[in-house]
Design a protein around this ligand. Structure first.
Ligand SMILES: Cc1ncc(COP(=O)(O)O)c(C=O)c1O
Length: 387
């Protein structure tokens, strides 16, 4: 047999899935990064109607103009003057990310990526023959990147920087000063700024702080309806930019990646905008109650401390038990009936952390936290005392 490509061999299976593979049937799962809600009924009905009406064909590569226009208008509080030409529909945020890296990255280029990270970023850059170079977003800094570290990583081969706020896995968001400092860094080094804002609708206190609308022509926004309308399985997202030259390249490549997005689904998302605009806010209200509950429970446990995340639906506490790595702890919790992800599934700086997705009911969160507490108390009691 002839071998496989170097790029296939360079990529490892994701550590998030590993815990799922080890889990038996009866566990309380904080593992899944998807809302436990269904898409709005209006969107489901519209999808079915669109199929009955014959919308089962290829669309233009960039997608349904009415939907693209609606998306551009929805961003007008941040950036006025955009229209359908600024938006390319994709078959998910995942597809949007790969398209952006394929559009920008050459062999020998490097891209600055956050760590802890959404696990697709690095492999995506490698698939494009680039180098993934990680900057840390640490607990001590409220998970916000430090400009000094970014300065130490950037060089003449750095093509782009990716920011992800609200963040998976930390739930961190930016304030305007932090956003502006990160923007200035990208500007100073003439970098493409890729901003993954798939959790833009899930912010708890204050408004979402976006890079859209910033005075810089090299910004590409990644977004998705997976979280916004609880449609993870539908696979629909988009890329948006005020740089029309970049949009031209992105749309050209999208043709060769998927030809276009799904016809009927685009009508369904358009309906969701029109008839279920408050759906994300309703979900966020519930996520906020769950966030408060899980953080209060975690912070009361021995060896655990967590920041109150201001966005997304993840909490990334520091969990310290002498002699246990984050993976050991995740395995011990699994034996105790709780599935969560070890921090190291999101990069080496996730050591000492666990990620809990609060995408289950408050009742299940309480039951799960009881189990976490009893496992941690047992481990702490058995742990050797440090002198
Ligand atoms: C930060 C981040 N970006 C992008 C995605 C991709 O979302 P999707 O491919 O479902 O649109 C996810 C999914 O979990 C994510 O957490």
């Amino acid at each position: 047999m002839r071998g496989f490509s170097d790029r296939a061999m360079a990529i490892q299976p994701t550590g998030v899935r590993r815990m799922f593979d080890m889990a038996g049937g009866d566990v309380i799962s904080f593992g899944l990064g998807e809302p436990d809600f269904q898409p709005p009924q209006a969107a489901i009905d519209a999808m079915s109607k669109a199929m009955q009406d014959g919308h089962n064909k290829y669309t233009t590569t960039a997608g349904l103009p009415a939907l693209r226009k609606k998306i551009a208008e929805s961003w007008s509080p941040y950036q006025a003057g955009m229209d359908e030409n600024n938006v390319c529909m994709t078959m998910s945020g995942t597809n949007a990310l790969l398209n952006c890296f394929m559009t920008l990255v050459n062999d020998g280029d490097n891209v600055l990526l956050p760590e802890p990270y959404f696990p697709l970023y690095g492999p995506d850059v490698i698939l494009c023959s680039g180098e993934a170079r990680y900057y840390e977003c640490l607990f001590e800094h409220e998970f916000i990147p430090q400009i000094e570290e970014l300065e130490s990583l950037v060089d003449e081969n750095t093509k782009a920087i990716l920011y992800n706020f609200p963040s998976n896995p930390t739930g961190a968001t930016l304030d305007i000063q932090q956003r502006d400092a990160l923007l200035e860094f990208a500007k100073k080094h003439d970098l493409w700024l890729i901003t993954d804002e798939v959790y833009d609708q899930m912010v708890y206190d204050g408004e979402h702080v976006s890079f859209m609308g910033c005075d810089y022509n090299n910004i590409l926004l990644i977004n998705s309806f997976s979280k916004t309308f609880a449609m993870t399985g539908w696979r629909i997202g988009y890329i948006m930019s005020n740089n029309l030259e970049a949009m031209k390249q992105i749309i050209k490549l999208q043709y060769y990646i998927t030809a276009c997005s799904n016809d009927a689904m685009q009508y369904a998302v358009l309906t969701a905008f029109d008839e279920a605009a408050d759906y994300p806010a309703q979900m966020t209200k519930e996520f906020r109650a769950r966030r408060d509950l899980i953080c209060q429970r975690l912070n009361a446990m021995p060896g655990v401390s967590c920041h109150l995340p201001n966005g997304a639906f993840y909490v990334f506490p520091k969990v310290e038990v002498q002699g246990f790595s984050s993976e050991d702890l995740a395995i011990e919790l699994l034996k105790g009936g709780v599935l969560c992800s070890p921090g190291t599934a999101f990069g080496k700086s996730g050591e000492g952390h666990l990620r809990f997705a609060y995408t289950i009911s408050r009742e299940d969160i309480s039951r799960g936290m009881d189990k976490v507490e009893s496992v941690l108390i047992k481990l702490q009691e058995a742990a050797p005392t440090v002198i």
